[in-house]
Design a protein around this ligand. Structure first.
Ligand code: AMP
Length: 549
């Protein structure tokens, strides 16, 4: 027997309609740089999204065809999110921090026919255009007076194009399983791989992330979206904020600690989301602001953090400086991204501050609609005891089932996707990421977690950034090397760091050597780039490696 409920397809056009109809005067604020702050409302965003939809039809793009963006977080990018996808066309959001060859690869692989680009990325557009013969037009996201002086096929001005389009448009009732958008994995090895989200997966993801025991996004929130909209749909915030009718603040290219502080203050943001390095820059800036002033300026209660492990110091300082609670989440491009979120349970209300911060350092528990588990090498599920480390797998309603035009790797016959992360789960289902499978250090037949070592090093006040890599050791197979950046103006020795770390990790885990550097390499999404670091140190010999002397 079937239920007798209406079969309304889950479409993102319903989200912008809801936002405009019921939260029409709620603001969307974009920082366009040089003090240029653009403000409008969800109602105006819907009108302009409809102009974009009409533009997409006039460009001859039909449902299922790909249109790309090379853009930062602004209201225009938001309009493309709704205006392009609402027609059934598929938005390919390309990370402009990738190498030009990778950007060209993505445009070609996705067969994108039009590219909407920010004026500041004109140089990149010019560089890749000759490699992308299928791109018919490059559309600059600006007014006619700001048009860049570049030579690009079909160069056109966004504002002029949409000004010529009506803001009347009826969103098609698409099949909810239709493709919505494509994001590509960072591709630190090999070419980036395309993940194709559907309308259904995106609406379900948005609905779940609004839940109280997730990001708790509501109509009373003002959200600063620091996570780039080119990376996993900006954690779905452009969708969840419309669903909730929240105020949305878009920082454009203004991502320094000072700018983030100013936007949090000026727009009275209650929530923000970013990777730990974003929080570190904010804290670096805020440490020089008078403590009472800080508390008056910043009303943020939730700092959503993911992408890499949040160090203890960041959790503690966000609370100390602003009274903000760092809520850690885990996910990946393949998972839309949010799968686990760290929100305390009733039984945690009696924890000491130290214990509670320890809990906050975990990556959280899975959202309903998703499942996670850790497995051994032979594919057997491991105990949820908070100690046994295994390979993390995931499946669920917003987890991808294949890469776009790519051989079927990563998934097993039960639908589990191998994340490439090593992890433990405790009895309550709290996830702790211990490493990437590729980064875990194998020493004398035992595993050492590079993330735990980095976290221990970062808890020393003189360490700004730390990376631990496993390098060859003739006796132990591999041993950890700590490569660290000192806090500006602070002095510390390798021995000081090791003495400090000894208090946090087992003695046999301690790095055999510590090297101080001025900077560490990062990927296009701001994570430590350990492939490059291992290459940099491939000739390094440990002082403990007598066999190599
Ligand atoms: P990406 O697909 O670029 O978003 O990267 C996903 C990867 O980031 C995951 O597989 C993890 O290795 C890492 N990651 C994401 N969130 C966390 C977290 N909270 N703690 C540790 N690592 C994380």
């Amino acid at each position: 027997m079937n239920g007798l409920m209406q079969e309304r397809q889950l479409l993102i056009s319903d989200l912008i309609e809801h936002a405009a109809n019921y939260h029409g005067d709620q603001e969307i604020v974009s920082n366009l740089g040089d003090g240029d702050i653009h403000r409008y409302t969800w109602s105006a965003a819907r009108s302009r999204s409809k102009q974009v939809a009409n533009l997409i039809h006039s460009l001859g793009v039909s449902a299922g065809q790909r249109v790309a963006t090379l853009a930062w977080n602004t209201h225009r990018h938001l309009e493309l999110y709704y205006g392009v996808c609402g027609t059934g066309a598929v938005l390919t959001t390309v990370n402009p921090r990738l190498f030009a060859d990778q950007v060209a690869y993505i445009l070609n692989h996705s067969e994108s026919t039009h590219v909407f680009f920010d004026v500041g990325l004109s140089g990149l557009a010019e560089k890749i255009a000759p490699q992308c013969p299928n791109v018919k037009s490059f559309i600059a996201l600006c007014d006619v007076g700001q048009m860049p002086d570049v030579d690009l096929p079909g160069l056109a001005c966004y504002e002029s194009l949409i000004a010529a389009c009506r803001d009347v448009y009826t969103w098609p009732r698409l099949d909810e399983n239709s493709a919505l958008s494509m994001c590509f994995t960072s591709g630190t090895t090999g070419n980036p791989k395309g993940v194709v989200y559907s309308h259904r997966s995106t609406v379900l993801h948005a609905m779940s992330t609004c839940m109280a025991d997730c990001f708790a996004i509501s109509a009373r929130d003002s959200i600063l979206l620091i996570v780039p909209m080119f990376h996993v749909n900006g954690w779905g915030i452009p969708h969840s904020s419309a669903m909730a009718g929240a105020k949305l603040v878009l920082p454009g290219t203004q991502l320094s600690g000072e700018s983030v502080y100013a936007m949090l203050r000026d727009e009275k943001c209650s929530v923000s989301c970013g990777v730990p390095t974003v929080w570190m820059s904010l804290l670096d800036y805020a440490q020089n602001v008078d403590p009472e002033q800080r508390r008056r300026d910043i009303v943020m209660t939730r700092a959503l953090s993911g992408g890499s492990a949040a160090p203890r110091r960041v959790i503690e300082q966000l609370e100390q400086y602003f009274g903000a609670y760092l809520c850690q989440a885990w996910g990946m491009t393949e998972t839309s991204p949010v799968v686990t979120v760290n929100v305390p349970l009733a039984k945690h209300s009696h924890l000491t501050v130290d214990e509670r911060v320890g809990l906050q350092m975990l990556a959280g528990r899975p959202l309903p609609g998703t499942e996670i588990a850790v497995f051994d090498h032979d594919g057997n599920p491991l105990a949820r005891d908070g100690r046994t480390t295994g390979q993390l797998k995931v499946r669920g309603a917003w987890v991808s089932r294949a890469y776009y035009k790519h051989e079927h790797d990563g998934w097993d016959s039960d639908g589990w996707f191998s994340t490439g992360d090593m992890a433990t789960l405790n009895a309550d289902g709290f996830l702790k990421i211990t490493d990437r499978v590729k980064d875990v250090i194998k020493s004398g037949g035992e595993w050492i977690s590079s993330l735990d070592l980095e976290s221990a090093a970062l808890s020393h006040p003189a360490i700004a950034e730390a990376a631990v890599i496993g390098l060859h050791h003739s006796h132990w197979q591999e041993r950890p090397l700590l490569v660290a950046v000192k806090q500006q103006g602070m002095e510390v020795t390798a021995q000081d760091i090791l003495d400090h770390m000894r208090r946090h990790v087992a003695k046999w885990w301690l790095p055999d050597d510590v090297v101080f550097v001025d900077a560490l390499p990062h990927t296009a999404t701001g994570k430590l780039y350990k492939v490059a670091l291992r290459k940099q140190f491939e000739c390094f010999r440990f002082s403990t490696d007598i066999g190599n002397a």
